[in-house]
Design a protein. Structure first.
Length: 67
């Protein structure tokens, strides 16, 4: 992985409130073997505040958010 890619993953992990090791694992899984993770897995990794923010943003665009 390039340094820029690693920096981007780390920055977004911090912003989402998940451990950097977890974000690196998700990035690796998403990019290999065509085996994407379930979209709910991301939600379970978010802190409560970030999960609530995500729910509010999705609902503002008319996208239902199921827990």
């Amino acid at each position: 992985m390039s340094t820029n890619l690693l920096d981007s993953i780390a920055d977004n992990a911090i912003r989402a409130g998940i451990p950097i090791k977890t974000a690196l694992g998700l990035a690796a899984k998403e990019s290999t073997l065509g085996n994407p993770t379930d979209d709910r897995s991301m939600r379970t990794l978010l802190s409560k505040k970030h999960a609530e923010d995500l729910k509010n943003k999705l609902e503002a665009y008319g996208i239902s958010y199921k827990d």
